[in-house]
Design a protein around this ligand. Structure first.
Ligand code: DC
Length: 217
């Protein structure tokens, strides 16, 4: 069974996907982590984002995988903590808009899911990666609430930032994610839209689980 979850930043996709996967014994793939890991490598190698030839070469020599805890490995290195920085937040949308990067990662995402029960989350899972997924969920929430959640996450991690900065960052990323030429964030016609505004994780989990049960029957 494939459960595909899309939605903008800060809607709780990561938390909900992980919870569903853990409780159902499914695999869980965070596709945003893959775009973030490629972004980290581009930044480390200091390649300008308009140098597509160098980015293409870098991609050919890049291996993405997940360890048994479903943390992302970049060329075998666990980078799961290094990819959640403001610096990466700022450029990852641009990197993920590059067509050949998307094409490669979409193929890898399909391969990771082969023969497994999986929850996969991202921006184009319900529309491009698995348009025939058994269940398609689009998570959404008010932008202010999403910014509050991200701001709190950042403070918990000891990152110095302001609510306003996080809010502006999320608005910018929403715009870029929704206006990409390829793989833009959109609601698949047959996706179930779940608004998480004002809801606890457990409430959202229960709502999504009810749809899964309906699908199983
Ligand atoms: O879910 P996230 O915030 O970690 O995703 C990071 C970025 O990667 C986000 O700005 C959009 C992009 N992304 C994408 O284009 N397609 C996906 N399937 C997942 C993420």
């Amino acid at each position: 069974m494939i459960i595909a979850i899309d939605g903008p930043a800060g809607t709780g996709k990561g938390t909900i996907s992980k919870l569903i996967a853990d409780r159902l014994g499914f695999g869980n793939i965070d596709t945003g982590a893959m775009y973030r890991a490629v972004t980290l490598k581009i930044l480390r190698e200091k390649i300008p984002l308009d140098d597509l030839e160098s980015i293409q070469k870098l991609l050919e020599n890049t291996r993405l995988s997940f360890n048994e805890d479903e943390e992302i490995l970049l060329d075998g290195e666990n980078v799961s903590h290094l990819i959640r920085t403001q610096e990466i937040n700022r450029v990852v949308s641009q990197v993920s808009a590059i067509r050949f990067i998307r094409e490669k990662l979409v193929l890898e995402q399909r391969n990771f899911a082969k023969g497994r029960d999986i929850v996969m989350e991202g921006r184009d899972i319900t529309t491009v990666v698995f348009p025939d997924a058994d269940l398609k969920i689009y998570l959404t929430a008010d932008v202010e609430e999403r910014a509050q959640r991200r701001y709190k996450e950042m403070l918990d991690k000891g990152v110095s930032t302001t609510y306003q900065e996080v809010l502006e960052g999320i608005k910018e990323r929403d715009y870029q994610d929704m206006h990409k030429e390829y793989g833009a964030l959109m609601i698949a016609p047959d996706a179930i839209v779940v608004d998480t505004t004002g809801k606890s994780i457990e409430e959202v989990y229960n709502e999504v689980t009810n749809y899964i049960k309906r699908e199983e029957n």
